[in-house]
Structures are given as C-alpha cells and as structure tokens.
Design a protein around this ligand. Structure first.
Ligand code: F6P
Length: 767
C-alpha cells in the first residue's frame, strides 16, 4: 500500500495542478464561443427586424415600436431592445433596458472593431450589440438611427460554473482512474521484479549464458543490469570463499583449472620465458629430450600441465627445429607422456643470443641483482640486442594469443621490457610478471645505464611478483627513487604512465604432492644405488648439492666447508662424501668458465689434501642430470646443502624436502635464499662463514632421527600448504580480481564538491 501511495499521491497532485491551470482557460474559451454566438444572433435579429422596424419608425408611433420591441424580448436571452434616433433624438426602448446602456454613449460598444461588448450592470452581466439602421432609397442608403440589442449574459456565468464543476469532476475521475491503473501496473511489475530477483538470487538464470537457459525463463530485460551487478557481487563473494576453501583444502592442478574456468572465464594462458621446458638435443643414438636445470621450469611446468595454453620460449636445443611444426610449435610433454600444452619456440640468431642472453641478461642484470661480488658488464650492443629480442618475444605473444585480453605470465629478467611492449600492443591483456632472482637496493640497481627503461618495461605489468617482501620493498624503493611514479606503500601498488601495477610477494614453490614417478623408488633403494654408483660403502655418510655451475650458488664455499669439517672432525675423513651435481650453464661467459675451473681445481685439491681417505671427500659431477636422477640423490643422501651467496628462492631446498617422504635427511640452507624465510627448521647458515657451515655439516650428520623427523615434518607441512599451484593460483586470483576491479567506474570528486563517475579505476592502485 505504501508503495502504491508513493505512486498515487504525486500523480493526484500533478493532476490537481493541471486542473487548476486548465479551468480558467476553459472559462475564457467558453466566453469567447458564447460571445461569438451572440454576435451572430444579434446580426440575425437586426436583419430580421430591419424592415418592419423601419416601417414602424416611418409611422412615428412610439407606442407601437415599444410593443414591437417587447414582443421580440419574449426570447429569454434577449433582455432589452432600443432604438436610438440620430442627432440625440428621443430613444424608444423596452423597459428592461439597463440604465448603464445609454444612446449617448454607444461608441464604447462599437470600438475598436467590434460592434458589441460585455457590460457589467446592476442586474448582472449583459452583452450589448449595436447595429446601424439604414433606410434604403433609390439612389443612396440613408442612416436612420441605431438598433441596440442587449442580451442577458447571466446564463453564461451559470454555464461556466456548471462547466467548471463538470471539468473538476472529470479531472478527479481521470486522476483516480490513472492512479488505479498505475497502482495495478506497479503492483504487477513489482511482483514480477521481486520474483525475478528471487530467481536471480537462487541463481536460476544468473549464470546461464544465452542458449543454455533450457527450460528456465530468461532474465527479464529490465532486470539485466541488476543481474549483471548481482552476478559480479556473487562472484566476488564466491571467489573470496573459494580462495579460503582452497587454502584450507589444499591447492591442486584441479583448483588451478577451476580458477581459470570460473574466475577468468576460461581465458587462455600464455607463459613467456627465455628457458624452454623441453630441449631437443641431437645425440649419436638419435634425438634426446632434456629437462633443463632451471627453477623456473621446475615451477612452471606443472602449472602449464594443469592449465594447458601456450609456452613461448627460446628454442635453444640443437634439434629443436627438427621437431616443430610449420608454426614453430611442438606439443609437450613428449611421448610416451600425454601431450598437455603447446611449446612455441622463438629462434634467435647467434648475435641475438650473445647480446641478449649471454651479454645483457647474464653478464649485466644477473650479477647486478645477485650481489655476489662479480662486477656487472653493460655494453650498448648487448642492450640493443636485449631490446630487439624482447620485441621478438612481444610479437610472438601477439601471434599466439587468440583474444585481445589474454593472461600472459612473463618470466624473469631476460624479458624485463616485454610487459610494456605487450601492454602497448594489447592494452586489455592481463600481464603477470615474475622476477625469479633478487632485486637489489636502489643504489645497487642504479648502476645499470638502462635502469629507467627496465623499470618502465616491468611497470607495464598488471601484477609484478617477487619471492620475498624484501625484494618487493627494494623494487618499490627503486621506482620511488628514479621514476616519476605514484607509489602506494600501503597496498604496494605503483601507478606509472596512468596504469597501476600491483607489486606483491608470491613465494614460488614445488609441486605437492611430488610426481609419483619421482618417488617410486624406495628411499632405501636410492641410498644403496647412489652409494654403489660411487663405490661407497652402504653406511657411508653422503651429502648432496644440486646446482647449476654458477658463482651465485656458493659451490666453492660449500666445498671449503667440507674441507673445514674434515679439519675439525677428522672422523669424517673417509666416512663422509659430498656429491656435488653442477649442471653446466652459460659456458660462453668467461666468468662461468673461470668459475667451473676453480670449482674443479678446488674439488681436486681437497680430495688430494686427504690422501688417507679411502673414499673421496668430494665427488663433482659437472654434467646435466634429469629430474628422476636428481630425486634419487635427494632420497638417498643424509644431508643436502644449499649455500647460495644470494638466491631469489632456491627450489633445490624445497625439492629436497618434497623428496623425503621418509621424513629423514637434514637441509642446510643459506641465509641469503628466499627459501630460508619459509624453512626456518633447516640449519640456516651464512655461506661466507666456513666454520659455521662446517659445524652445520657436523650437526646434520649427527642429528638424531627424531629431530630429523620433527624438522622434516614441519618443512613438509609448509610445502603441502604452499605448493606451486598456490603460487600460480594466488597470482591468477589476484589477476581475476584486478580484472573485476577494472570494470568498476572510477569515483572522482570534481572541483566544487560535485561528484561524477568516469571511466574505470585507473589511478587508485587498481586495475
Ligand atoms: O632460477 C633463476 C634462473 O635464472 C631461472 O630464471 C633460469 O631459468 C635459471 O635460473 C637457469 O638459468 P638459465 O636459463 O640461464 O640456464
């Protein structure tokens, strides 16, 4: 009822105002119609009585003229008739002639154009018409006086009153009728809307795309805008709940697929990195497929298997070109595994590879960011190739994306310019960039001659991820120091060139649970196999290190720690061997060749220093190993040492923990790795402190099994909760909410306090 009154009261007020304005108009109109009627009537009477009246005037009998006039005034509307002779002669009139009408004063009824007019008399309103009387002679017409006809107008007032009453009743009736119809329609529509809204809230038509609605009624057109808003609200709430559920129930490949389906509407995912996940190499026996020693590849491969899509990377294998199709694509993983996604290879010329990969990326940015006391080298020619190759990757991204708003995951320091290049080519793309290596403080970064260009390139991203909050802070400080950007330290977002980039910590991780085939060989068997392989006795203590042959990995420091251990605890001479796997890497760079040489010499020197050892203290395996071989070492070793001088995360530490389903083994972990922040149950060391590292080795080798189990269980618990699917899922969820927020109109208060909305959120730290 209240709802109906809301419609009816304003409606009746509007009708009342309209009626109030319309009634005087109707009055005026009626008066004009009646005056015109009386004019016509007066003409008719004057013409009709013209001849008999002239006859009577000629007789000069005033009594007979008066009787004639009295007869005429029998008509109820004609009140009085008078004859006014010319030259102020004696008028003849009916007794009903109002005293206000005088023969001497007829001019006012003939002026200006009319011959009659309204007059208010003591007995009421009258209409006075004056008509000239003309005697028609043989030659000329002679005026003989004026005929005055006075009509009673009181009937007009009566009629006008009646009309006003009728009109008033008409408007009242009309108002009520309109109100009634409005109330009925409003009630029906309201009920329809309520039903529709209830349907929407029950999700009957909300999530059904056109054509999939089946038997359910489609969303009524008037409810579509609200359905759209409601859908987004429900999606936001659901997304929030889901992400809490996912954190509770664990992240799996299925969770990731669901996020893509639900949150990102099945958007295609494109990963771009320099290193490819599968390298085809020609060997004597035919083509071999290698899995590179790369943390990045180890993390992203399970993600791509879960999400499908396309991985764009540099085709670096010498048989890579032999296996691709006409579009440089190959489906991976290769047989006998089931193919899961596309690998699109980008070919680089020797000059491009030398300048972009070996030069700018690995002689420039790598030492710049790692601060391992190797001086970065910046050459203009390398920079030019770096720009050139980033452009090449950008145009490949464009070729590979089938929509204008793909989700592009840009990986690492080789492709720092790519986010901006993609943003320029595809403004609607969601670009998630991840920097896998450390980010130094602003002073350290500032030595790069192209620092602003690198920052600008990265700020083309929607989301920019680092492993640790420390690296996030360093990046934000660097931007704040060198660019004209708006930095919000509360939300960690940077607005630059009108677009915000959310800079966040996403600690990378490993697949959990680990692939079954890697755990298929029992731990005892792995212990036996690796000892037999290296001619070690069954109970020989074994330490393992798995790295690329890189000066940042602290391999020399680790070996010196082994040497120190043997100095301090000679009981380990001949009873402990450290097996160092070091995959060859970046061998065209002098620094890397020199490093490999130093590592080989050091291993030899230490082994020679303890000739009494029946088994060598150090076994160096400077060659490529496949993941299953590495897992065998992880599972068969007593201790794993990760002594990087600086590392973004270091996935070897996490892989070792994930491999130990027997809950044994001890991890020694450098304080300068991202992993150290997540795995405090490891024995945390400073790799530059040789004595500390030697002591850690001793503690690890003598640690009781119960303590090993407690530490290992805690570390495995972390990996279970924070696996690589969560790493990718969190970024995709953030990308999805950034896409949603991008659709919310921006709220702007203009000068003078007037509010307006325009465009989509752009500078408030959201995209
Ligand atoms: O984990 C850091 C990282 O730089 C990765 O980004 C890279 O894939 C890996 O080390 C190996 O380096 P490269 O690809 O040069 O062999």
């Amino acid at each position: 009822m209240r709802l109906s009154l809301r419609f009816v009261i304003p409606l009746l007020i509007a009708v009342g105002i309209f009626a109030y304005g319309a009634l005087p108009l109707a009055d005026k109109l009626m008066l004009r119609w009646f005056s015109r009627d009386l004019e016509t009537r007066a003409n008719l009477i004057a013409n009709t009585i013209q001849d008999p009246l002239q006859d009577l005037i000629r007789t000069g009998n005033r009594r007979r003229i008066q009787e004639f006039f009295t007869r005429i005034t029998q008509d109820e509307r004609l009140l009085a008739v008078a004859f006014c002779p010319p030259n102020d002669g004696e008028p003849v009139a009916t007794t009903t002639l109002p005293k206000e009408v005088r023969c001497s004063d007829l001019d006012r009824f003939t002026k200006p154009a009319g011959t009659s007019d309204l007059l208010q008399t003591a007995s009421g309103p009258v209409f006075v018409s004056v008509r000239p009387l003309v005697a028609s002679g043989p030659m000329v017409a002679t005026p003989i006086g004026q005929l005055v006809l006075v009509h009673d107008m009181s009937f007009i007032a009566r009629r006008s009153r009646e009309t006003r009453e009728y009109l008033f009743l008409f408007f009242v009736g009309l108002g009520l009728m309109v109100a009634l119809v409005t109330v009925i329609i409003a009630q029906l529509s309201w009920r329809g809307w309520i039903q529709g809204l209830r349907g929407l809230l029950r999700g009957e038509t909300l999530f059904l795309a056109p054509g999939r609605a089946g038997a359910l009624p489609p969303t009524p057109p008037e409810l579509r805008p609200i359905a759209h808003d409601l859908r987004q609200l429900i999606e936001d709430i659901e997304a929030d709940h889901r992400s809490r559920d996912e954190d509770r129930l664990g992240w799996t490949p299925k969770t990731l697929r669901e996020i893509l389906q639900r949150e990102l509407r099945g958007q295609e995912v494109i990963v771009v990195s320099n290193r490819e996940p599968y390298i085809h190499m020609r060997r004597a026996a035919g083509i071999e497929v290698w899995r590179p020693a790369s943390g990045l590849v180890a993390a992203l491969e399970p993600i791509m298997r879960a999400c499908s899509g396309t991985w764009i990377a540099h085709g670096s294998g010498d048989a890579d070109r032999e296996v691709v199709d006409a579009h440089d694509r190959v489906t991976v993983p290769p047989p006998p595994e089931k193919p899961q996604y596309q690998l699109r290879r980008v070919w680089l010329s020797p000059d491009e590879e030398a300048g972009y990969y070996y030069g700018f990326a690995n002689e420039g940015i790598w030492p710049l960011c790692h601060i391992a006391h190797v001086r970065p080298i910046f050459r203009t020619s390398d920079w030019e190739q770096y720009v050139n190759v980033n452009r090449k990757f950008a145009s490949t991204v464009e070729q590979e994306s089938s929509s204008s708003d793909p989700i592009v995951l840009v990986q690492d320091y080789h492709l720092a310019l790519l986010p901006r290049m993609i943003r320029e080519a595809m403004p609607a793309a969601t670009i998630i960039s991840f920097w896998h290596i450390p980010w130094p403080n602003p002073e350290a970064f500032a030595i790069c001659p192209w620092r602003d260009e690198l920052l600008d390139g990265l700020l083309g991203s929607t989301i920019l991820g680092f492993h640790t909050q420390f690296h996030v802070n360093n990046f934000v400080d660097t931007v704040d120091r060198f660019l004209e950007a708006r930095v919000d330290r509360e939300t960690f977002s940077v607005s630059y060139r009108g677009k915000p980039t959310s800079v966040k910590r996403y600690p990378i991780s490993v697949e959990w649970p680990p692939p079954v085939e890697l755990l298929s060989k029992p731990v005892e068997q792995c212990r036996t196999v690796i000892r037999q392989r290296h001619n070690l006795p069954p109970e020989h203590a074994v330490g393992i290190g798995v790295d690329r042959m890189d000066y940042t990995k602290g391999i020399e420091e680790r070996m010196r720690a082994v040497e120190r251990l043997l100095e301090l605890k000679p009981e380990w001479i001949g009873t402990f061997t450290f097996i160092q796997i070091a995959a060859p890497t970046r061998i065209r760079i002098d620094e890397y060749r020199a490093y490999e040489m130093r590592v080989r010499e050091l291993a030899t020197r230490i082994n020679q220093r303890f000739p009494e050892a029946t088994h060598p203290p150090i076994i160096l395996k400077a060659e490529h190993h496949q993941p299953d071989e590495i897992f065998e070492y992880y599972r068969g070793a007593d201790v794993c040492a990760v002594t990087s001088l600086h590392d973004g995360m270091n996935l070897v530490a996490k892989e070792f923990v994930s491999a130990r389903d027997d809950q044994r083994g001890v991890l020694i972990l450098s304080h300068f790795t991202g992993a150290a922040r997540e795995l405090p149950e490891a024995l945390i060391v400073n790799p530059y402190d040789t004595d500390e590292c030697a002591a850690a080795l001793d503690v690890a080798l003598t640690m009781p099994q119960t303590e090993q189990r407690i530490r290992m269980r805690l570390m495995r618990g972390l990996l279970q909760d924070f696996n690589v699917f969560r790493w990718a899922g969190r970024m995709l969820l953030d990308a999805a909410s950034s896409r949603r927020r991008g659709r919310v109109p921006e709220f702007v208060v203009a000068r003078g306090g007037e509010q307006r909305q325009s465009g989509s959120v752009s500078t408030s730290g959201r995209q």
